[in-house]
Design a binder for this molecule. Structure first.
Ligand code: 2AM
Ligand code: CA
Ligand code: CA
Ligand code: CA
Length: 266
């Protein structure tokens, strides 16, 4: 298989993230807080927006990159014949979108057998785009990103998220009881992809979450790592079903706190 031009993949991901973002912005008027209050009618316009965004991205990928694999939150599934697979969250931060808050984004990554190759996260309401290419660094609107080293856990602003499953939330509260007194403060933004970008650009120091899906973290995880963060997650780690991202020293100390809680709640 010929090696793809990474600039072409980055350009394609960026164009599709921007087009999907414009589609989502155009639909946001139909998704009012009022409609959010009645469950059936409230969630329908959001699901329609999720699906329309994914369809736009999938159509663009199928025509530009036939043979690449697809994995999208809204159901896109294609096996790869090229060794590359696109991992798509067409709208990350759905609840924020529904409430007219700005913390939602489009997340597109392309992976090979070694993991993330290119990642793009675009936030339509601010127009900010974060991107990364493996081995070539991460940027925010073209500005190169490097995480801040040497920050202690007690000085760290830590982003996190909570599962919507009530039984997981009780467990997450146990982690919070230990983490909250140990850090500067916590932020709960509602979009895992944007949380990871905030670690990359220094608007947070660390991020952890216990239950996440591949499309939540494929682009943001690469962006954080390429900015110099360490990510810890997956089986056998202190976050078996989740992800932690922070500058290396801070990642160690936060992982230490989380694994002590884990031994108690397990
Ligand atoms: P989503 O908006 O694509 O569904 C991990 O926290 C992910 O879970 C988020 O990136 C978000 O992805 C989703 N999420 C966040 N808060 C949520 C909530 N209160 N209910 C359901 N899903 C939520
Ligand atoms: Ca998501
Ligand atoms: Ca989503
Ligand atoms: Ca969802």
């Amino acid at each position: 298989m010929p090696t793809p031009d990474l600039r072409d993949l980055l350009g394609l991901a960026t164009r599709l993230a921007h087009a999907a973002g414009a589609e989502l912005l155009a639909r946001q008027d139909q998704v009012s807080l009022e409609s959010a209050q009645t469950k059936s009618s409230g969630t329908d316009p959001v699901s329609a927006a999720d699906r329309a965004s994914e369809q736009l991205i999938v159509d663009g990928l199928l025509s530009a990159r036939p043979g690449d694999g697809l994995l999208g939150e809204e159901g896109a599934r294609e096996k790869s014949t090229t060794g590359l697979t696109w991992v798509i969250d067409p709208l990350d931060g759905t609840v924020n979108y529904l409430y007219g808050r700005p913390d939602w984004c489009v997340s597109i990554a392309v992976q090979d057998a070694r993991g993330g190759l290119v990642g793009v996260v675009h936030q339509p309401m601010t127009g900010i785009t974060w991107s990364a290419v493996r081995g070539a660094g991460a940027s925010r609107d073209g500005k190169y990103l490097k995480v801040r080293e040497g920050r202690k856990l007690a000085e760290a602003l830590v982003a996190t998220g909570f599962s919507y499953l009530a039984e997981r939330r009780a467990e997450q509260a146990e982690y919070l009881r230990q983490v909250l007194p140990a850090v500067r403060d916590l932020r709960r933004g509602g979009s895992a992809a944007l949380d990871l970008c905030s670690v990359a650009d220094g608007t947070a120091d660390a991020y952890y979450e216990h239950v996440i899906q591949p499309w939540d973290v494929a682009a943001g995880g690469l962006i954080a790592r390429e900015a110099g963060a360490r990510t810890i997650g997956g089986p056998g780690t202190s976050l078996p079903g989740g992800l932690l991202a922070a500058p290396p020293d801070l990642a160690e100390s936060l992982a230490g706190v989380l694994s002590r809680v884990r031994r108690r709640v397990a």
